[in-house]
Design a protein around this ligand. Structure first.
Ligand code: G3P
Length: 218
């Protein structure tokens, strides 16, 4: 399973990159806005930090404008994947961009039917939002399972990227369903490392080591 970072913050991205387990980045207009830097400039910097797919989202809503915006975003760097909202105009843009060899990530997916449409249009990635589905009282993981089953039935090449992931339990359930990619906030990425028994065990190992080899030399 590929790990992407869901962030446009350069410090977070650098810290995540140092771990050596990050395969790409997802951004969205809200994340870019938080950094206060124009999208093209910020995406270029992100591509310098992480060598993998970097999703950059369009902010127009007609297919014609999205295609133009998508072409501009794709020119920033070879790793840019153009993120397009899951609306009819977006799906038209996905088909047109795919014909030009521009890869797309269809975002704001909340149903298996939407994921089916995106795959048919030739999306490179589909992004179902697990946490936001949970928020409205539906099991987000079930959405992931359904999409994986449907894509498997027809051998769609579209990669499933689980987004809106809120914690380690989500990550485990998502991994069990076999998704291709999970995108994580830096906070959730950090949470994956921790276990109280690891900390306790390490503390004891170091105490025992010091007792045996350091204190005796004093
Ligand atoms: O980038 C899209 C997604 O990961 C947003 O997550 O936590 O705002 O629902 P969240």
């Amino acid at each position: 399973m590929k790990f992407f970072i869901d962030s446009a913050n350069l410090s977070e991205l650098k810290l995540a990159a140092e771990l050596g387990i990050i395969d790409g980045v997802t951004t969205n207009p809200s994340l870019i806005a938080k950094e206060g830097v124009p999208v093209e400039e910020q995406v270029r910097k992100i591509c310098d930090i992480i060598d993998g797919d970097v999703s950059a989202e369009v902010v127009s809503t007609t297919s014609k404008e999205m295609i133009g915006e998508g072409r501009r975003l794709a020119k920033i760097h070879k790793n840019v994947v153009v993120k397009v909202p899951m609306i009819a105009e977006g799906i038209k843009a996905v088909g047109a961009l795919a014909k030009e060899g521009i890869r797309t990530n269809v975002t704001l997916c909340f149903s298996a039917a939407q994921a089916l449409v995106a795959a048919k249009a030739g999306a490179y990635i589909i992004s179902p939002f697990v946490g936001r589905v949970d928020d409205i009282g539906w099991p987000g993981i079930e959405l992931i399972d359904n999409i994986m089953k449907i894509y498997g039935n027809y051998n769609y090449k579209t990669q499933v990227l689980a987004a809106s992931v809120r914690g380690p339990l989500h990550v485990i359930e998502i991994a069990k369903s076999g998704v291709h990619i999970v995108t994580l906030t830096y906070k959730v990425l950090e949470q994956l490392f921790h276990h109280p028994l690891t900390d306790k065990g390490l503390e004891q190992f170091l105490i025992d080591h010091r007792k045996a080899f350091e204190l005796t030399n004093v």
